[in-house]
Design a protein around this ligand. Sequence first.
Ligand code: C5P
Length: 317
Amino acid sequence: MPVTVRSFAKINLGLYIGPPRADGFHDLRTVYQTIALHDVIRVRVVRGTGIAITCADRRVPCDASNTCYRMAERVMEELDASGRVEIEIEKRLPVQGGLGAGSSNAIATLIGMERALKKRMPQARRLRVAAVVGSDLPLFLVGGTVLGVGRGEEVYPMADFPATPIVVVTPEVGVSTPRAFADWDQLTASGVSDRLLEVGRAMSAWLVSPNTGASARGRSRDGSLLPDLVRTGIENDFERVVFPQYPELRDMKGALERAGAVYASLSGSGATLYGLFQSRAAAARAENRLRKQGLRALATTTLTRSQYWKKVLVAGR
Ligand code: C5P
């Protein structure tokens, strides 16, 4: 029997990009939040050699360029294991969607392989392996509400936001993340050097404010939303380069706001947009309304860290 793993998606609650670094990456400040939408990954390790990936979705490469492949290679090496790794990807999340699906699939592969091989790496080693495969992977080893710094790979668990209803809109287009970063460099060629420091200070102030973060154990006053973070005026820098190229995405953000979102934003470099809602009923109404406008909208919820870890492994498989 294969090990079955739910590979959850993430959204970014604010994302700030610094200047390019010597290694070509960009320093970031972001708050990642895991959500309930997911792919399903089935992993087995059988006799033989090699890594085989299968996926019914043709947009997903099944060769060595797949992040799951790169992860499987490293895990076999790190765990000093032998055998043939078979990975089946049941794709439900958008490809190049800004929801971290490819990254999450790779972490699901790691979790599935550890279970299949009955061997585990210490968490610090898992985080190192994850960061080598991609900047957006380590967050999925934490889950819930996660502060991301460095190139996004340096992750710190934050006091969880309570599970919050959201609506996700998945457009047909896919956005290339490297291209979005390059466009950001062009836009900001005149310099944004102090910006991340300012953002860091604002986040720090927010984290110690009486109603949020460490002091409130993630509970907002009404217990249902994350209004304090939203009130600080979080932004996603990628909107400034992605919206001019895909004006329809700006319109979709507007549609989410008109459908009642307390806050709406692009996730990562897009093209997925999301809105936060006051209640599940409000999210369901918005989903309905957006679908009538011809948009692919899905009402779901954010996942706290404990919900995430409770649901990652599909029981009995
Ligand atoms: O780390 P990952 O493989 O996801 O990054 C893909 C590409 O996105 C990198 O090669 C780089 O061009 C860009 N990137 C960046 N700064 C980051 C993360 C990614 O410039 N913090």
